[in-house]
Design a protein around this ligand. Structure first.
Ligand SMILES: [Zn+2]
Ligand SMILES: [Zn+2]
Length: 263
């Protein structure tokens, strides 16, 4: 087992409280209501009713590095599409099992607005299962790094959902989390308020790797939703620039192409 990461005392205390609360919620298994449709009478370990669970089927993933459904290179082990072969994204592998659309898009805002811990646990569980399936027979990353919040948002929201998601995934998969493996070097408005091209400019050069990644060759970046990929591109480049050989990206969901067109 690798040593736990150190952090500043105030953050440590805050995270200790969050983690304890998370465990209490998990232990109590307050799951008698469906998280999506609020139907009551669920089993003690269920978070969704069977109808909502059926609606949350993972999408079939056409390519190991993108979400485009296109032409494949035949007989390749990794099922990478031709577009990625010609113009590869900066990451080596992408896990994004669900489309960010109903009913899943009702869960994510609750995590951010009201610190929905049960919703967070559900997302972690869905993502962790997808990762296990996806990496079957493959080597897992040495550490997980959550996408850090912009410092401007830390004043309004002390809860970093990516950090919490990464912590739960790490517990599920017995991996290490580097909460401060990356830091934001510039602020800017939240990505969700920007157009596609503005998002790229907004996060270009926005991340810098810290010394905590020293000696690591394979890292997975963690977030809840992949929209245009601009944030993950910038974060991946910061890690590879600092010497990380391979960066994978794990998100619970991705914005489908038709929704992206509206940005
Ligand atoms: Zn339901
Ligand atoms: Zn592809």
């Amino acid at each position: 087992m690798l040593p736990a990461t150190r952090s500043r005392p105030r953050s440590t205390a805050r995270n200790l409280v969050f983690n304890t609360l998370n465990r209490v919620f998990d232990a109590l298994a307050l799951r008698s209501r469906c998280l999506l449709c609020r139907t009551t009478g669920l089993g003690s370990t269920d978070t969704l009713c069977r109808y909502c669970a059926a609606a949350l089927q993972p999408s079939s993933r056409p390519c190991c590095t993108c979400l485009r459904s296109t032409v494949f290179v035949p007989d390749t082990e990794e099922r990478q599409c031709l577009a990625c072969r010609r113009d590869p994204p900066p990451w080596a592998r992408l896990v994004a099992p669900y489309r960010y659309e109903p009913p899943l898009d009702a869960l994510v805002p609750r995590i951010k607005k009201v610190r929905g811990l049960l919703e967070l646990s559900l997302l972690a569980e869905l993502t962790g299962v997808a990762v296990r399936n996806d990496y079957e027979g493959r080597v897992l990353p040495q550490a997980l790094i959550p996408i850090p919040m912009a410092w401007t948002r830390k004043f309004t929201r002390s809860f970093n959902h990516s950090e919490q998601l990464a912590a739960r995934l790490a517990r599920m998969l017995d991996l290490r989390v580097l909460r401060r493996g990356l830091r934001r070097t510039k602020g800017g408005p939240p990505q969700r308020r920007l157009t596609r091209s503005e998002r790229l400019t907004n996060v270009r050069g926005a991340f810098q790797a810290t010394r905590r990644i020293d000696g690591l060759q394979h890292i997975a970046l963690i977030d809840d939703v992949l929209t245009t990929g601009a944030t993950m591109t910038a974060a991946t480049r910061a890690l590879t620039k600092a010497g990380v050989e391979r960066v994978d990206v794990w998100v619970t969901s991705y914005t489908p192409t038709d929704r992206l067109a509206a940005l």
